[in-house]
Ligand binder design. Sequence first.
Ligand SMILES: [Zn+2]
Length: 95
Amino acid sequence: MKDTKEYAVLNAMEPIVIRLFEDNYLKQRTLVCDCDKCQLDILLLTLNKLPPRYTSSQAGEAYVKALYLNNQLQSDILTVLTQAVKVIEDRPSHP
Ligand SMILES: [Zn+2]
């Protein structure tokens, strides 16, 4: 497939969700279980529930910064993140 172009796309939600997760949960040490598996499950569940916001990798950093400063968006993401934390804590995918 040598004719295939490489499209560098970035879902801006990824870095934003990760940042909010770190600031609001990991640094506060409020998780019932903070193993790698649970952390990843929470991030995946959150990202799957949020509409992606794609941008090009080139424009990515500025776009992510602008989105991150959007208070409404932050609070929407935190709502979904909080629900995801609860789901994974109730049913962790490990014993
Ligand atoms: Zn765990």
